[in-house]
Design a protein around this ligand. Structure first.
Ligand code: FAD
Length: 457
């Protein structure tokens, strides 16, 4: 009997355990699958996702969204190929666009629904649905789960055919013929042999701290708008970039000294230190020192038309109210009062001042882009993922196996792969976990067959 040890019972580890347990059972391979989980119970990290609702995948998966996209592209392509053979799924018959992760969950009983931008949530709207399906599938496949079992080191085999040696936090040693490391973002290095290429982990996908007085004044206020990330330095001269600026109504000559890195439309939540919400989280993955955020409170009006839009609004109000219009009047009903106060200050205007043509031109600037210089991450504890981990070049994208250490696999966030909000990070955890689980059992079963052949000769 061979042993496959899976270190970490989070999203990637549980997916790997179910895949491995089922593959061993279906092939009648003598492989025992054991999950070592530091926490009392497996899957706690899944329960915290999507505000307890678990945005577990997305219908619009694209490798381009991920860090190390070429690696992810090959990994996902291979995963889909393997899943199309291993996961029969009736869901595929119903919808041709069902991908391997959905087929896997469908076959294990999960029902889901789609929300905006292709985000997928369990139908019951609770992360427990996802975890319940995984735990039941692991139990049915004969997977052994060891809670409160932290692995502190993994020593590779000293000679071919010898097992890996794992040291547990309580000082005991255990052996395994193959190991899948699925411990999440920050600590995989401890479990890696010397010399495995590694990218220092840093929390990301979190709130952004800003070097500006405005967030403190707007603390706890939510607005719907567009958040843009601008980087100092020359703008690219290429036509595609100029087209994009043009579509947004930005005049290239106003932005010659900077470059638009990305733009996110959605809810922005002010915190004392800066901004939070999905738009800010997504830009936090891309930001660098020196960058500035610009919050567009009027995302449906192109930048070059904002001044004319405000002038029309002023003239209409003047007609309707029959009185001269102040800057306060112009903003009332369009933005919340505390936001109006900040916009007036940013434009260096008093609220009672007449909304003259010049005042309107000044107001249009912060309304279409309130500048918030980036100071760094707002609160690392709120970050959803770690950038960094085991470098992608160290592992095979098809299996997750280390190129230099046969039988040792790395999956999920332990690899240097991350993506924006939207279910993409969990999708990666499931897909990489499933691929590694299938591959590890197939390699172990092959080894058993070779040993039997050798003994027979
Ligand atoms: C608050 C929050 C909300 C999120 N929401 C979403 C969302 O809605 N959609 C989405 O796609 N992504 C979301 N993410 C990101 C997503 O949770 C991660 O990308 C994903 O969980 C990574 O899976 P993983 O298995 O690699 O790591 P984890 O899920 O972190 O699992 C690692 C497991 O390993 C265990 N472990 C660690 N060290 C050891 C050790 N030495 N020995 C034994 N066990 C160990 C841990 O206890 C844990 O159970 C969210 C993240 C957070 C923090």
């Amino acid at each position: 009997m061979k042993t496959l040890a899976i270190i970490g019972g989070g999203a990637a580890g549980l997916a790997a355990a179910v895949a491995a347990g089922e593959a061993a059972r279906d092939a009648a391979a003598p492989v025992r699958v054991v999950v070592y989980e530091a926490d009392e119970r497996v899957g706690r990290s899944i329960l915290a996702t999507g505000n307890g609702r678990c945005n577990f995948s997305n219908t619009r998966i694209s490798p381009k969204l991920y860090r190390n996209a070429p690696f992810v592209e090959e990994a996902l392509r291979h995963f889909e190929g393997a899943a199309s053979m291993r996961v029969p799924s009736q869901a595929r018959e119903a919808t041709a666009s069902v991908h391997g992760v959905l087929a896997f969950f469908s076959d294990h009983g999960l029902a889901w629904r789609e929300e905006s931008e292709g985000r997928l949530y369990p139908l019951a709207n609770k992360a427990t649905s996802v975890l319940d399906c995984l735990r039941a599938a692991a139990a049915a496949a004969g997977v052994q789960v060891r809670g409160e079992c932290e692995v502190v080191t993994v020593e590779p085999p000293r000679c071919p055919g010898a097992p890996f040696t794992m040291r547990l936090a309580d000082g005991r040693f255990e052996r395994a013929d193959a190991v899948i490391v699925a411990v999440g973002g920050s600590i995989a290095r401890r479990l890696m042999p010397e010399g495995v290429p590694w990218v220092a982990p840093a929390p990301t996908l979190g709130p952004v701290a800003c070097d500006s007085p405005w967030p403190r004044r707007l603390d706890n206020i939510r607005v719907r708008g567009a958040l843009e990330l601008w980087r100092p330095g020359g703008a690219p001269a290429d036509a595609r970039y100029r087209d994009m600026l043009d579509r947004l109504g930005h005049e290239p000559e106003n932005h010659g000294h900077e470059r638009l890195v990305s733009r996110e439309v959605g809810e922005v939540m002010f915190r004392k230190y800066g901004v939070s919400g999905i738009a800010a989280f997504n830009l936090s993955r891309l930001m660098q020192p020196g960058d500035e955020l610009a919050l567009d409170f009027l995302p449906t009006v192109p930048a070059r038309e904002a001044e004319a839009y405000l002038l029309r609004r002023r003239n209409l109000l003047r007609q309707a109210l029959g009185t001269p219009i102040s800057a306060d009047d112009l903003l009332r009903g369009m933005v919340l009062a505390p936001v109006a106060e900040v916009l007036l200050r940013a434009a260096n205007l008093e609220g009672a001042e007449a909304a003259s043509d010049e005042a309107v031109a000044r107001l249009a600037v912060p309304l279409k882009g309130l500048r918030l210089p980036v100071a760094g991450l707002g609160d690392a504890r709120q970050c959803q993922v770690h950038r960094g981990g085991v470098a992608c070049e160290a592992v095979s994208p098809r299996t997750g196996e280390l190129r230099e250490v046969a039988g040792l696999y790395v999956v999920g966030e332990a690899l240097d792969v991350d993506a924006p909000c939207g279910g993409y990070n969990l999708h990666w955890a499931w897909a990489s976990g499933l691929s590694a689980g299938w591959s590890a059992v197939s390699a172990l079963a092959h080894g058993v067959a070779e040993e039997a052949e050798g003994a027979a000769r």
